[in-house]
Write a protein that binds this ligand. Structure first.
Ligand code: DP6
Length: 351
């Protein structure tokens, strides 16, 4: 991986002074998926997962303590948040307040450059930025692993966006107290060999999804006969993936990522009722990925809780892959991402 991408969050060990803090975080795309929780309240996953943080679509979140307010004020791109989305943010702030021993409400303003709720990991960058900003504003003084655990409570995949490059989120021990389970479930950077990857993203539909990933994974775990076999095989996929990353073997990384993602979608298709995020345009893109491979280009697809396709390839092949995907979905949008940085505080705004 290219050296300029920091994979450790920066600015996290400054003296903790309650006040105002702004943080930036990037989305991540899982190559070994997180799909299924064993504890909804603590957001503990059934399986380990592994992702690449992107260098596009940053989320910037500013948290300002507001002692005179009775309620939190939360905006997304200048618009007040309502309903479930607002509830998730205030529940997260309650957790931070409880840890800080402070009752003060906050004003939270977020700017997202990623389409929200479209399976492009907006909750990952969103809760990673919120965790880093809120922890600083409330003076928690957390290290990177503790920030990852905290971000996890907002959205599981956010635990990985605390780190840049490649990150592995440990499911943690299945036995013991809640506290032990919480402590054991965090992400950390994964060392990789010589790899210069790109993810070419085909946005075939950028609107919000019909079924939230939270609801979809709950239904899959509860009703899909394919869930347990996938969870078991995902362990093997992770072990193979770590070896492939260590060797810098992009073809192996891509093959493992593609089989893991297709398996995850198979578990959803077998849920009752079925959850189907894949659209006709998704399959058109998957066909073009197969054609690229037949033409000798190393290109491998992964899809999340939405119809959009992310294609892993060598950075040197990214333009060719992007061209093929544009041809496959002329009405879609195609973007090229590389490995991006970990979440960080913006300086100069601490009190
Ligand atoms: C398909 O992290 O959004 O993108 O923990 O319920 O907030 P919650 O779910 P979320 O799920 C992401 C699922 C996925 C796969 C992945 O990122 O590993």
């Amino acid at each position: 991986m290219r050296a300029e991408h920091r994979n450790t969050p920066t600015g996290l060990r400054e003296p903790a002074t309650a006040g105002t803090a702004t943080a930036v975080a990037h989305p991540n795309i899982a190559l070994i998926k997180y799909w299924g929780k064993r504890d909804e309240r603590l957001v503990l996953p059934r399986t380990d997962s592994l992702s690449m943080t992107l260098d596009i679509f940053p989320t910037t979140t500013r948290v300002r303590l507001a002692p005179d307010r009775e309620h939190d004020a939360v905006t997304l791109d200048g618009v007040p948040l309502r309903g479930e989305a607002r509830r998730r943010v205030t529940a997260f702030l309650d957790l931070v307040r409880q840890r800080a021993g402070l009752a003060r409400r906050a004003v939270v303003d977020t700017e997202n450059t990623v389409p929200t709720g479209a399976g492009l990991a907006s909750s990952a960058s969103g809760f990673a930025a919120l965790a880093v900003a809120a922890a600083a504003a409330y003076g928690l003084g957390l290290d990177a692993a503790a920030l990852s655990r905290l971000a996890r409570r907002g959205s599981g995949s956010a635990s990985r966006s605390v780190f840049g490059g490649f990150a592995l989120w440990h499911a943690g021990p299945d036995t013991g107290t809640d506290e032990e389970a919480d402590l054991g479930s965090y992400a950390e950077p994964v060392p990789v060999g010589e790899l210069d990857p790109a993810l070419v993203i085909a946005v075939v539909h950028a609107g919000p999804k019909a079924v939230s990933s939270r609801e979809a994974m709950r239904r899959t775990v509860d009703t899909s006969p394919l869930y347990e076999p996938w969870a078991v095989s995902s362990k093997d996929d992770l072990a193979d993936m770590r070896v492939a990353l260590h060797r810098g073997d992009l073809d192996a990384v891509g093959e493992i990522a593609e089989r893991n993602a297709l398996g995850m979608h198979a578990t959803m298709l077998a849920a009752r009722p079925a959850v189907r995020y894949l659209a006709p345009a998704t399959l058109t893109v998957l066909d073009s990925v197969l054609q690229l491979r037949r033409d000798g280009v190393a290109a491998y697809a992964t899809m999340d809780a939405g119809p959009n396709v992310k294609v892993l390839c060598r950075r040197g092949d990214a333009d060719r892959v992007a061209g093929a995907l544009r041809g496959a979905v002329p009405d879609g949008q195609v973007l090229v991402a590389g490995p991006g940085p970990g979440a960080r505080l913006l300086c100069g705004e601490r009190r």
